[in-house]
Design a protein around this ligand. Structure first.
Ligand code: AHG
Ligand code: MN
Ligand code: MN
Length: 339
């Protein structure tokens, strides 16, 4: 790339060329990016910044909160609450929605986030990230005049107006879609800005790489067992090729690899908690990642249905996730249809 294009310039040009990023949304995305820069700083300091370890509390899903889960959540709220672009926010780390306080002007957007994804990797210095999804209040009911409530958030993933993540790894990379393909921006620490480093990201339709937590194999459903078993048989099996396996245990890092070189990622339903559809959360993990993957020519289903078509019924609901290279996702989904 001859001249560097900053995230700011990219968003201004998107707004100018297509007119489909209103200035309020552009501001929102800039603010989210700024918050990610600040989280990236905290992550980088690690033990020196006193940010490692647990906070001694639990979130609504009964998971132990790490200090960085709380710090990242606060950074995102403080950065976003005063700008006038949002009506409310929702987060993995907050039981209920956070309505923008009355002392600030309110906008029409809703921001959802997983402030720190891959929490189990924080203390061991492995890639982690922030995932975000943007909806518009009243998308399903434009005449709605009541104060914002959780109901406003319960929109299908296909209604998202922007989605992305920032991965804090060897590089800090922000990955974004506003419905016009996927773009990647690398943080230039000297300049303090995100610089466009890849546009029009495309996931190859075929792959030889899968990502799943194999330790759960005995709990899986038949279609997932069949798919993985066939991959493991390699050249000698029905797939007639050898597969490689990667599992970072940070969805951001696993999805980033898939957007970069292809692959299939699965966190499927399993028998450990049969009443829950899976581990990952629909609204601030599966939906934004599924939209990014689809925008990069991949696919995302829960085994039976396109994730973006699922009507949410609660803020923190979970979902089975199969996403990545299109032909592999279609294969796993077809195996589900046969049982
Ligand atoms: P979070 O840290 O936000 O709770 O998310 C962790 C998720 C996801 O990032 C990852 O794919 C998965 O949990 C890893 O789970 P296992 O530890 O069961 O492999
Ligand atoms: Mn997560
Ligand atoms: Mn998290």
């Amino acid at each position: 790339m001859s001249s560097k294009i900053s995230l700011t310039r990219y968003l201004v040009e998107q707004q100018r060329i297509d007119g489909h990023i209103p200035s309020e949304l552009r501001l929102l995305l800039e603010v989210v990016a700024r918050a990610c820069k600040s989280i990236s700083q905290a992550v980088n300091k690690g033990a020196l910044g006193g940010v490692l370890g647990t906070a001694g509390s639990e979130n609504v899903q009964g998971e132990v909160q790490k200090k960085l889960d709380i710090i990242a959540n606060e950074v995102l709220i403080e950065a976003n609450e005063w700008g006038g672009h949002l009506a409310a926010m929702a987060s993995e780390e907050m039981d209920s929605i956070y309505v923008v306080p009355n002392r600030y002007p309110k906008g029409e957007y809703l921001l959802l986030f997983d402030p720190l994804d891959g929490s189990s990797n924080i203390d061991v210095n492995v890639s982690i990230g922030t995932i975000f999804s943007v909806l518009k209040k009243g998308n399903d009911n434009p005449t709605m005049v009541e104060p914002v409530s959780e109901k406003d958030f319960l929109q299908r993933g296909s209604q998202q107006v922007a989605a992305g993540y920032c991965v804090y790894g060897p590089q800090t990379t922000l990955v974004l879609t506003v419905g016009d393909g996927v773009a990647m921006f690398t943080l230039d620490r000297e300049q303090g800005s995100f610089v466009l480093t890849q546009e029009n990201v495309q996931i190859p339709a075929d792959t030889k790489e899968f990502a799943i937590n194999m330790s759960n194999m005995r709990h899986w459903d038949e279609p997932v067992k069949r798919y993985i078993d066939e991959c493991l048989q390699g050249k000698e099996g029905p797939r007639a090729k050898d597969f490689n396996m990667r599992w970072v245990a940070s969805m951001v890092a696993d999805v980033h690899r898939i957007l970069t070189r292809g692959g299939v990622f699965m966190y499927p339903w399993d028998k450990r908690e049969p009443n829950k559809p899976g581990k990952l959360r629909l609204m601030y993990e599966a939906n934004p990642m599924s939209w990014l993957v689809e925008q990069a020519a991949g696919a995302a289903t829960n085994g039976r249905q396109r994730i973006l078509d699922i009507q949410p019924t609660s803020l923190h609901e979970r979902v089975s996730v199969i996403l990545g290279s299109k032909n592999e996702v279609e294969r796993v989904t077809a195996y589900h249809a046969k049982v």
